[in-house]
Design a protein around this ligand. Sequence first.
Ligand SMILES: CC(C)(COP(=O)(O)OP(=O)(O)OC[C@H]1O[C@@H](n2cnc3c(N)ncnc32)[C@H](O)[C@@H]1OP(=O)(O)O)[C@@H](O)C(=O)NCCC(=O)NCCS
Length: 221
Amino acid sequence: MKLYGVIGAGGFGKEVMPLAAHWLPIWDGIEHDSELVFVVEDQYFTQNQRVNGYRVMSMTEFLTAPVSERRFNISIGNSAVRERIANSIPADVATPFSIHAPNHVSLDGNSIGDGAIFCSFTNVTSNAKIGRFFHGNIYSYVAHDCVIGDFVTFAPGVMCNGHVVIEDHAYIGTGAIIRDGTDKPIVIGRGAVVGMGAVVTKSVPPGVTVIGNPAKPLIRD
Ligand SMILES: CC(C)(COP(=O)(O)OP(=O)(O)OC[C@H]1O[C@@H](n2cnc3c(N)ncnc32)[C@H](O)[C@@H]1OP(=O)(O)O)[C@@H](O)C(=O)NCCC(=O)NCCS
């Protein structure tokens, strides 16, 4: 018996689960002896919970159930939580699996890290490098030669053009557009946030939030 856990049963988890369910019979055959479950951290667990028909397990139950193989993915938007959970699961207990929508398109020469999620209508064109536990929400794309770090999140409809560099834990909001950077790559720094609808024409320093067109740092009073 194999166990596949989607860690996180919130809004994004509920969007991701059907994508994982699509692949289960393809990974393990029509007669598969495997179960797909939601997993929540122990403090959020209540007995006998089901979400959209799927069993919800506590993390402890998931990590200790007597199974032949255990795989996980993390559908939690907060990238720091994603990293904490990913790093807390020993490789000999469970290994990550990636999830991509049936209509996700990935062309030549891409390198994608463990635990990625590519929702419906996402594209990675060619020669892009993407780190661990990337989230690409619906209608996002990553164009040629981009280099994207670990635990990066793309909200829906992000347009990331060629040669852009995005460092670990950056968050790119809905509908943001990032200019291509052929001669001098645009760098979105570690933990930076790009607001929804922003048009990014210059590099964004680590930890800074930018908004607007052209994108400028969000100044708080
Ligand atoms: C940029 C962002 C992170 C700022 O969030 P925040 O720190 O909570 O900021 P606030 O909502 O307090 O907004 C601060 C000011 O910036 C403005 N603002 C916020 N986001 C903006 C945006 N994307 N574009 C333009 N202005 C924006 C607000 O109107 C507010 O203006 P005011 O001070 O004149 O009233 C957030 O608004 C955002 O864009 N998040 C991405 C959301 C998203 O894509 N979600 C996808 C879920 S799947």
